[in-house]
Design a protein around this ligand. Structure first.
Ligand SMILES: [Zn+2]
Length: 233
């Protein structure tokens, strides 16, 4: 059944912005059923204020809310790279804070703890300048390709460097983003399945190999990826 398919539901509810009622009517089930499956797949449901801005109400010439936060790349850029706060992003998009929090969770973008989100604008600037300096200074080092195509960089002083002093580049990129070393049990996943694409927006962090496997199994089941990609990162 189409409404039990995650991608189909996502297309109808998020991309096409149909309401629960519209989707339910289209396939002849009750809205509660659609609500159940949205929840099951972790697709954030719209708040009443958001729902009132759906296209059917545009005729009333109300200002449309900015729904950029439903795009992972956009949210990643704002929250991780620009280090904007949850409050600042929700203000910019004119949606409740919990809506932004729900989408961060949905895209597996780690939410900062309270103390780091309390940093002043000034601290934030100093920190990101320092990080980018470190990044450019440290990223010119020895580079080699490991088996499986992973890019390795020479980091002799890194606590988790291998016996030859190398660290996987995708893990270093995630560490730069988080501002801390990764725990060896944490797994960095390549969203597009290309292990040489270590650009920040292509990386997703999982707390354990188990969480990572569950994510891959889900993609495999839903036909998002094929077995070959399933076996890689
Ligand atoms: Zn993966």
């Amino acid at each position: 059944m189409s409404y039990k398919n995650r991608d189909w539901l996502y297309l109808k509810y998020v991309t096409e912005e149909l309401s629960l009622g519209d989707i339910a009517a289209e396939i002849g089930v009750c809205p509660q059923t659609i609500s159940y499956w949205l929840k099951k797949y972790g697709i954030p449901t719209r708040t009443v204020s958001e729902a009132s801005w759906t296209p059917s109400f545009l005729k009333k010439a109300r200002p449309r809310i900015d729904v950029s936060f439903r795009n992972r790349g956009w949210l990643f850029q704002k929250y991780i790279i620009e280090e904007r706060s949850l409050a600042a992003i929700s203000q910019e998009c004119r949606v409740p804070l919990r809506t932004i929090a729900a989408w961060l969770k949905y895209f597996a973008i780690p939410i900062r703890d309270y103390s780091s989100s309390q940093q002043t604008e000034n601290c934030r600037k100093i920190k990101s300048e320092k990080l980018s300096k470190e990044r450019s200074a440290r990223w010119n080092g020895g580079r080699k390709i490991a088996c499986g195509g992973y890019i390795l960089l020479a980091r002799k002083d890194h606590p988790h460097a291998d016996s030859c002093g190398y660290v996987m580049e995708h893990r270093l990129v995630m560490e730069s983003l988080l501002g801390r070393y990764l725990n060896p049990s944490e797994v960095v996943h390549h969203i597009d399945g290309n292990v040489t694409n270590n650009s920040p927006e292509n990386l997703m962090l999982f707390q354990s190999p188990r969480d990572h496997r569950i994510h891959h199994a889900g993609m495999l089941r839903e036909g998002v990826i094929d077995v070959e990609i399933y076996l890689g990162e």
